[in-house]
Structures are given as C-alpha cells and as structure tokens.
Design a protein around this ligand. Structure first.
Ligand SMILES: [Zn+2]
Length: 449
C-alpha cells in the first residue's frame, strides 16, 4: 500500500512537470548543419511565401538552443543583440558542437568526442547501443565529416579524414553509415581521390567487404570490424555505391551493416558545376546521387527492429553553401533537409508511432550571419525580406564564417516534452532557449532507471 501511494505520487508529479518517464524505442536526430533562424525563414518564404508551413513548425516542442564551444564560454543575449562583432567571433565548429549535442559536454573546436583535456567522453549513441539499439548516421557531405564523427567516435584531429573514416569502419558499432567519399571516375592522384575513404589500400579492403583489415600493408591482419549483434563474430560492412542500390534496400534484403558511399568525393549536390549564383534548382541536379530522403529510407530498412534504433541524419551543406555565400544553393540544401524531415515524419506515422519514437530537428550552429539588411553597422540582424513564393527573398551574408547565434530546436514524440523544462533561459528576441549540451543530457536522463 505504501509503495502504491508512492507510485501514485511519482506519477502525479511526473504529469505536473510534464515529464515523460517512458523511454523512446527509436531516437532520430536531424541536423541542418549551419542553419540558423534566418536560413529557415528564407527557405520558408521561397517554398511557401510564408513561414510556419514546414512539418516541424507544428511540432509541440519549439524553442531555441545555444551552441558555443569552450572557445567562447558563453552565449550572452545582451551582447548577441547589441554587438554584432561578438556574434561573429565566438562560434563553435561542427566537431565541438556535435560533441556537445552527443555527449552533454562542451569541448574545444576541432575535438570529436573528447573533452578539452582529450579525455574520452561517452556518446549517447555508445550508451544506447549498450541497451540493444542499432545505430546509424546519414549525411549529404563526407560520411566521416565533423557531425557524424562528432556523434560516434573520438579524435582530436577532425581534419584527419583518412583516420576518421577508418575509425568509423573499425571502431564504431554503427549498423548504417552513408554519405559522400569517393567518385570512381575521379582522375586526381590517389592520396587525394581516396582521402575521404581511409586511403586506397584501406578502401580496397572495405570494397571487398573485409572482416579483418591489414592496416600497414605487411600481409598480416591488424584489426577486425566490431561485433554489432553480440554473437562473438565481427560483422562486415555491405558496400553500396549507386543511387539504384540505395533505392533497392528493403526490409527483406537489408544487410546487417550497410555502408552507402554515393558516387561523389565530398558532397551530394551543393558544389555541382554550373552557375553557383543561379536561382534554386535552375542548374540540374546530379541524377546519379541519392537524395537525403532516399538514403534515410534505406537506413530505416536496415535499422528498424524490435529493440529500436538511434539515427543521426545531417544536411551537411547548408553550412558549406553559406560559407561560400551562395544564396540559391543555401536554399536548395535547406529544402533538401525539409523534404527529409517530411519523409521521416511519414516513416514514423506509417511504420512506428509518436508513442515510441522521438524526433529532434535542429542545427549545430549558424553559418553566414544571414540578415535582411546588408550592413552590420545598422545594428542587430533583422528578418530576411519575403519576396513571395518561388522568389529569392532579400537577404545578405554578413560573414563567411560561423556565428554564435541561437539556432531553432523542434521536437515531437515520446520524451519530447522533457526538453521544455531545459529551455529556461531567455533571449530578448527569440525567447526561451536551452543549451546544446541539454540535448544529450535530456536523452541520457530519459534512460536513467
Ligand atoms: Zn561550417
């Protein structure tokens, strides 16, 4: 009886603070790399002529998120809106931001899954794997880029792409890894051509779907891929390269582990040939490359299982197009992200439910300091100007770097309401916000027994 009363009390308390104690079966984290408030608004105006129409803009949880790394030590709302140079100088990179989102701890720019003293931090993905869930990462940029690696492995060298790719293949417990990395047709020197897939000797072993790898070319196997299903045997990667191969992955023919490296060295569409300043989609897309939605659907077919899964989906080139200050391509990449969110929502509603799946939609930092006016000295950033559906809105990139601006955060599904209490700080323009570390902290808390 005493226990029953206690249980009722805990239940009532839980309802009062709006907290869920139910653990999500599936956790999906979608990151639009570099997308701030004005990136989303500009894309809203281009797609719909108004804001509020994106599927995530009707999610029950919506607030903002600070993203700074230990290089900045803070987000100060007063300075943010009164000193534009402050916003431009105190930013995180994608490695440190992904580490914060993934582990709940801030680190230095350039560090992946390590604290500022290079001590290993536990990724939420590593923790949840120990609870029996499958893991996956999907991106439109290099498969071993800062965001996917910052959610899964540990390194102090984010530019060491050969090493990062090898680590994801050999050290991670991922069941799915997708992204750019290699175009078979490229004619550049081998060390450049195979730079994003662990270099040539390593890639040849990946392509042969090896279980055991010779890393120093002495004819002796040095290391094996990991055993992801706990049967004591290493589980080799099935490799796919062509768009049709991605489309052909179904629940019936899904391999245990799937490595999808589409036919391009560094990106999906953002840097394709043609006028970089053209309107969105005026330059035809590369037909041979799968869309983010197509890759995501293939990933679901490998990952979906009774124990559930964790999946990180990244639109990686909103950031790159913003660094380059290419407006049309920035909008294209954000549309690609928006469409991927739509297809994820469709998958959840058709194959799972909001009672067992948690979906998070956010960004890792803002890139380009997008504003509706062209001159920083005019004062704080203002909204981009709506020029109507199908027309490029009026906006300007005030920097070619990242900023320390807040980014939007959306969540829906089981456990989503737990983020609301984390968003306790106030920004004078954007209102309630939490910190990037609160994302991981909340996820860890959801699984605390
Ligand atoms: Zn960037």
């Amino acid at each position: 009886m005493k226990h029953f009363k206690l249980l009722v009390l805990i239940l009532i308390l839980g309802i009062l603070v709006g907290c869920s104690t139910k653990k999500p079966k599936n956790i999906i984290i979608m990151i639009s790399d570099g997308a701030g408030y004005n990136h989303i608004l500009a894309t809203d105006y281009y797609q719909y002529g108004e804001s509020g129409k994106q599927v995530y803009q009707s999610f029950p949880v919506q607030h903002f998120m600070s993203t700074y790394s230990t290089n900045a030590e803070e987000y100060d709302p007063q300075l943010a809106w009164n000193d534009t140079l402050y916003i431009d100088s105190k930013w995180t990179d994608s490695a440190a931001s992904a580490t914060a989102l993934s582990t709940g701890y801030k680190t230095k720019n350039g560090y992946l899954g390590l604290d500022p003293d290079k001590k290993k931090l536990q990724h939420f993905s590593e923790f949840i794997k120990s609870k029996g869930k499958k893991l996956g990462t999907v991106t439109t940029v290099v498969a071993c880029h800062g965001t996917p690696t910052g959610f899964t492995i540990h390194s102090a060298f984010r530019k060491d792409y050969p090493g990062l790719f090898q680590s994801m293949i050999l050290d991670s417990d991922l069941s799915v890894m997708m992204g750019a990395g290699l175009n078979d047709e490229d004619t550049m020197p081998d060390h450049k051509k195979y730079f994003y897939v662990g270099q040539k000797d390593f890639w040849q072993q990946v392509e042969q779907e090896a279980r055991d790898f010779d890393l120093d070319n002495d004819g002796v196997k040095d290391k094996s891929v990991s055993d992801i299903d706990g049967d004591g045997l290493p589980d080799a990667w099935k490799v796919i390269r062509e768009r049709q191969d991605f489309l052909n992955i179904s629940k019936d023919n899904a391999p245990k582990r799937l490595l999808g490296i589409f036919q391009n060295r560094a990106n999906a569409q953002y840097d394709r040939a043609g006028d970089k300043n053209a309107e969105p989609f005026e330059v035809p897309l590369r037909e041979e490359i799968p869309t983010l939605s197509e890759m995501t659907n293939a990933a679901f077919n490998v990952l979906d299982n009774d124990q559930g899964f964790w999946l990180m989906i990244e639109a990686g080139a909103v950031d790159k197009a913003s660094h380059a200050k290419w407006k049309g391509r920035t909008i294209e990449e954000q549309i690609e992200f928006n469409q991927a969110v739509e297809s994820v929502v469709r998958w959840i509603e058709e194959n799972s439910s909001w009672d067992e799946t948690l979906l998070i939609v956010t960004a890792d930092h803002e890139t380009g300091h997008i504003s509706g006016h062209s001159n920083m000295l005019k004062g704080p950033v203002v909204d981009v100007k709506n020029m109507g559906k199908g027309n490029m809105p009026e906006f300007y990139f005030l920097t070619s770097e990242h900023t320390n601006s807040l980014v939007p955060f959306y969540a829906k599904g089981v456990g989503a309401s737990n983020f609301t209490s984390k968003a306790s700080k106030d920004d004078p323009i954007h209102g309630k916000y939490m910190d990037s570390t609160d994302l991981a902290k909340t996820l860890f808390e959801l699984y605390r027994d």
